[in-house]
Design a protein around this ligand. Structure first.
Ligand code: FE2
Length: 337
């Protein structure tokens, strides 16, 4: 039978591929965002600035502080890559979210398994780069290669997962060809997965099954409970797969963004490391909004790992703060082996 030998969760996001002196590029996006989500409420940038003025983020904005935190994230990603190469799984299940890159609201699956033989990671063309939000293009090499690359899928594991999840009462969507959308005009695997292929696998992409979770977009986002159940069901599927391969389960996204909530991130990491799911289930669902909701791509990895003897190591957590309103991204990295 197949065996789970590795679990990993990692944040992704433009700041991980942007030198700190250029983070102001993303602050433009914060100013343009009319609904910055923070602790269940939505703010404009001036409203958020006023609401958080007592937290005094000025020291976080010193270039030396930003550089130190950025360097720590780069070291953490290197460590994740080192562990990945050392464990050398034969195949991976990679859980991520689309951000209206190749999906759209004309048909948004809550959860989808990709079971195609291969798929592409395609760099943006000039016109697409121009349409990206402020400060995103510079970090593109973190997600997409310079030239289109074709990566191996794993149809056998994909189909086994679909069958096993259905038997486990998941009404799972499936895809054998990644969708393409007229609006975004983007093709290929979205950035959440690209980050793992580029920065953690370092382009040595193992055959893998991408699983999509709609973390961002109402009205059909899954609950924390459903994501925990999904992880356990993925683990059961791998355990019942009649194949001697060594499998990694990876989750991409989070932590708090585009408004950093360090207190929440640390509590989440605590709940994430806990032996039971009670603390995790106690978070109100409105904490998982906007980019922070990408943590729902981490949650299945935890419940899958809880079924294995693998031990969790938190590599690092850094609050990358880019504005006096506390916008930016909480960046966390952990693995089980
Ligand atoms: Fe993302």
């Amino acid at each position: 039978m197949a065996k789970i030998v590795l679990g990993m969760v990692a944040s992704h996001g433009p700041l991980l591929g942007t030198p700190p002196d250029l983070w102001a590029g993303r602050v433009k996006a914060d100013h343009q965002n009319p609904a910055l989500c923070y602790r269940g409420k939505e703010y404009t940038f001036p409203e958020l600035l006023a609401a958080r003025s007592h937290e005094n983020f000025e020291p976080d904005l010193a270039i030396e502080v930003k550089q130190k935190r950025f360097d720590a994230t780069q070291a953490a990603i290197k460590e994740m890559a080192r562990v990945f190469h050392e464990v050398k799984p034969d195949v991976a299940v990679v859980i991520g979210n689309d951000q209206m890159e190749i999906m759209s609201d004309d048909n948004q699956p809550m959860m989808m398994v990709y079971y195609g033989e291969k798929f592409e990671n395609v760099p943006f063309n000039e016109a697409q780069l121009k349409r990206l939000g402020p400060g995103v293009a510079i970090a593109e090499p973190n997600h997409h290669p310079a030239q289109p690359e074709t990566y191996p899928g794993h149809p056998e594991l994909g189909l086994h997962l679909i069958g096993s999840l259905i038997a486990d009462n998941f009404d799972i969507a499936s895809s054998i060809r990644l969708p393409e959308q007229a609006e975004s005009k983007l093709t290929g695997i979205p950035h959440a997965w690209g980050f793992f292929y580029r920065r953690v696998m370092e382009d040595q992409v193992v055959p893998n099954v991408p699983i999509f979770i709609n973390t961002f977009y109402p009205p059909n986002r899954p609950s924390t409970k459903r994501c925990l159940d999904l992880g356990a069901a993925i683990a059961r599927a791998v355990e019942s797969w009649d194949n001697n391969l060594r499998v990694a389960i990876l989750g991409s996204g989070g932590m708090s963004h585009f408004v950093v909530d360090e207190d929440f991130d640390r509590k989440f990491m605590q709940a994430f490391s806990a032996p039971t799911h009670d603390e995790m289930l106690a978070f109100p669902d409105n904490m998982f909004r906007s980019g922070t909701a990408e943590l729902k791509c981490w949650i299945p990895v935890k419940s899958a790992m809880d079924r294995t003897p693998l031990k969790m190591t938190v590599v690092d957590y850094q609050a990358l703060i880019r504005s006096p309103a506390g916008t930016g991204s909480g960046m966390g990295f952990a693995y089980w082996r």
